[in-house]
Design a protein around this ligand. Structure first.
Ligand code: SF4
Ligand code: SF4
Length: 742
């Protein structure tokens, strides 16, 4: 009789990995698939999910090696890069600096770690709003914290790294970008390298004035000591870049994130401090509650149909009113002008709503809404703001940006146009490529080769905008002719008039867009009811649909693929009998696929996003093999998982199964296998005939077989992942960077 398949469980209520042993679970009923099967529910975070930055040298080595060997960087395929359009100038001004594009990731999960910054940059972002830092830099955030099942909610907060680590990650990200540009490996369009890093700092005056935050800001203004330390870590094979003229002044701009409910006079005091004392160019990020209760409810409930979303009254009570905000902005604008600094506003922060869904822990009474409905609220505020202030202040935008509305936000003259929610969906950072396809095709249709010309031409408002300018007849005729004949608008109008023309067109475009956006069905609730597809099957430790959706939806690039040959793992138990070693057999575990998913624990903060988009249940970050980046981190964690490393010439994998720890050391084909109460050695090909060593009881060789297979798979010289690149050391460094271009 054929025995039914054995089932591995990675979890249970205590979230541990179990292999079949004499106590364990030989399934008594036939399974549709003889695979290792996981049984855990959503991870209840028994262990704090702490992000751990990756060593700079290994990051550099991986970046170039991956580009060479797989035409990808940090798992983003080169075909998804956007490196500019040689026929267009997509650049914009931000606080008198030039950036090569108006696109940027919003301060959030996409600007947290160095590799996130590179991924956003590869998608064409050139104004990167770095994740908000604050004096309280040891946060414990409930998990999961990102709910993308429908429109987008989160309970995220500020940086999860310490201030010191955050600064270093931002410097690493900037240096990686500098290295990519200097390498000439990317087919970057001329002028598409101007990149800005915009600090985001919160949340109150006392915290911002504190020495740790001040030290962070000073570091961003002059990162020379960090750059000089990190440049020495560039791998030997790339040593020619150690003397590169890396950017050391990362930023002199700052987008202020205040607490929902920060008193208006405190907001004003903070911005005054940033302007006067720190010489920065600030932007205030404003809250959607500025719309007031009546208008918010009208739009959200009556127009868009999100009657299930409730904004608590306290959110309005805590926040500043429109009149207060207008007064503050007016005064700060005058102060900034008197000091010769830039000053702008950003619409908007997320919207506070009641946590009436079951996704987040019920301890969280409120959550933050983003996505399509926020787009309408934020655009309505942009419209109101511009009716009040005209084009006096630059406006940054965040709120439900996607490929369809990105060109409209650009046509309104908003910069930067930042995005978060959409990049958390299937395709991740690679979705930005679609934004550029839409924008450049709209620019082509409008006959515009620059962003300024696109603003004038996008909605056919160029002539009306021209009519609002006080210019002489000759100039007006020249402008009109250029407009009608697809001519060069700047050349026809001259620099001074051109700026005003673009400005008037942006105001007219704003009115037009805001009038129609609320009634656009693509923002209505009816369009956002469908959740990502689930197939009703639970993830297992090995094998799954192999759709790879979990790779790009992770903002931190924590999930990865590896190749492990399909195999049957014979369950073998060894014990010492009177006549020496004896074996008993417990069945076979079958691994059907060679394409497997792993999770790099150091980059996983249990945000939950890969679980939402995985067609199977349970969450890849919970149920797939978890690899720690260092032995210290593996030891410090109580979670089951692995660490793969080297000890001298030998490869070593440490594994924790069901809380019990094992180690396999591979020296050629000879394995040393140790665990609780035993230490043995044997030849991999013939364990029964060659085993020797000590044991106080039964030894389950199944663990060793699984660990050994994983070791070989993740260290395969043909594979690039964070495990192999951390272990690989100099072998990633010895490779010369080829001259191939992505
Ligand atoms: S692996 Fe999943 S849970 Fe972990 S950080 Fe990435 S998306 Fe979030
Ligand atoms: S773990 Fe889920 S999302 Fe990832 S490849 Fe497997 S089925 Fe797809």
């Amino acid at each position: 009789m054929t025995r039914p398949p054995l089932r591995l469980s990675w979890g249970g209520s205590d979230n541990r990995l179990r292999t079949p042993d004499s106590r364990l679970r030989v399934s008594s009923r036939p399974s549709p698939s003889p695979l290792l099967t996981a049984t855990a529910g959503r991870r209840s975070v028994p262990d704090v999910a702490r992000l751990v930055p990756y060593p700079f040298g290994a990051l550099v080595g991986r970046m170039f090696r991956e580009l060479d060997e797989t035409q990808a960087i940090f798992d983003l395929p080169a075909r998804r890069f956007f490196l500019g359009d040689p026929a267009k100038d997509l650049g914009v001004s931000f606080h008198a600096h030039r950036a090569s594009s108006p696109l940027g990731p919003a301060a959030g999960p996409h600007t947290q770690l160095a590799q996130n910054i590179v991924l956003a940059w590869l998608g064409g972002s050139r104004i990167l709003e770095l994740k908000t830092v604050q004096v309280r830099d040891q946060l414990e955030i409930p998990r999961p914290c990102i709910d993308m099942e429908t429109v987008g909610f989160n309970i995220e907060w500020s940086q999860e790294l310490s201030l010191h680590e955050s600064l270093e990650e931002y410097v690493k990200g900037s240096m990686l970008v500098d290295l990519l540009v200097a390498s000439g490996r990317l087919s970057l369009a001329p002028g598409f390298g101007h990149t800005m890093f915009d600090m985001s700092v919160g949340y109150d005056l006392e915290g911002i004035r504190s020495e740790p935050v001040q030290s962070f800001i000073r570091g961003m203004q002059d990162a020379t000591p960090i750059v000089d330390r990190l440049r020495r870590q560039i791998p030997a094979g790339l040593r020619r870049y150690r003397d590169l003229d890396f950017r050391t002044r990362l930023s002199d701009t700052l987008t202020l994130s205040t607490f929902h409910g920060c008193p208006p006079d405190e907001v004003e005091a903070i911005v005054s401090f940033l302007l006067r004392d720190l010489g920065l160019h600030p932007v205030i990020k404003l809250n959607p509650m500025l719309l007031g209760r009546t208008e918010t409810d009208r739009l959200l409930h009556d127009v868009l149909g999100y009657r299930d979303i409730e904004v608590p009254e306290s959110a309005f009570e805590r926040d500043m009113t429109w009149d207060q905000a207008a007064g503050i902005i007016d005064r700060l604008g005058r102060l900034a002008s008197s000091l010769g600094r830039g000053f702008g506003v950003k619409f908007t922060n997320t919207l506070i709503v009641n946590n009436n869904r079951s996704f987040f822990p019920h301890t969280e009474k409120e959550m933050y809404l983003s996505g399509p409905p926020l787009h309408v609220l934020a655009m309505t505020l942009v419209g109101r703001f511009r009716e009040h202030f005209g084009d006096r202040f630059p406006v940054s935008f965040s709120g439900g940006i996607d490929r369809a509305n990105f060109p409209d936000a650009v046509a309104l003259g908003l910069a930067p146009v930042t995005v978060c929610t959409d990049l958390l969906k299937t395709g991740g950072y690679g979705r930005a490529r679609g934004y550029w396809e839409q924008l450049t095709s709209r620019m082509d249709a409008a006959g515009a080769a620059t962003i300024g010309d696109f603003i004038v031409r996008a909605y056919g408002m160029g002539d009306e905008a021209l009519g609002r300018l006080e210019i002489d007849v000759t100039s007006r005729l020249a402008c009109r002719r250029a407009l009608e004949d697809s001519g060069d608008l700047r050349a026809a109008s001259g620099d001074g008039v051109y700026g005003r023309w673009v400005s008037e067109a942006a105001l007219l475009n704003t009115r037009t867009y805001v009038e129609r956006v609320a009634s656009d069905p693509r923002y209505s609730r009816a369009r956002h009811l469908r959740r990502p597809r689930k197939i009703g099957r639970r993830l297992q430790l090995f094998d799954c649909l192999s759709c790879d959706k979990c790779i790009p939806v992770c903002p931190n690039d924590a999930n990865f693929t590896f190749v492990m040959p399909a195999m049957d793992v014979q369950v073998i138990k060894m014990h010492r009998g009177d006549a020496g070693w004896e074996a008993s057999y417990g069945g076979t575990i079958t691994i059907r696929e060679d394409h497997q998913i792993g999770n790099f624990a150091d980059f996983c903060n249990d945000c939950g996003n890969c679980d939402v988009f995985c067609p199977e249940d349970g969450g890849p970050y919970v149920l797939k093999p978890r690899f720690f980046g260092s032995l210290e981190r593996w030891r410090a964690s109580s979670l089951d998982g692995f660490h793969v490393g080297r000890r001298g010439p030998d490869e070593v994998i440490a594994g924790r199964f069901d809380g019990r720890e094992y180690e396999v050391v591979a020296a050629d084909d000879r394995l040393s296998y140790s665990g609780p109460g035993f230490s043995v050695r044997y030849d991999e090909e013939d364990p029964l005939g060659t085993i020797e060593g000590e044991s106080s009881g039964e030894i389950d060789l199944t663990y060793a077989q699984i660990m050994n297979a994983l070791r070989k798979a993740v260290l395969d010289p043909h594979t690039v992942n964070y495990v192999s690149c951390a272990v690989g050391g100099e072998w990633t460094q010895a490779r010369a960077v080829s001259t191939k271009r992505a």
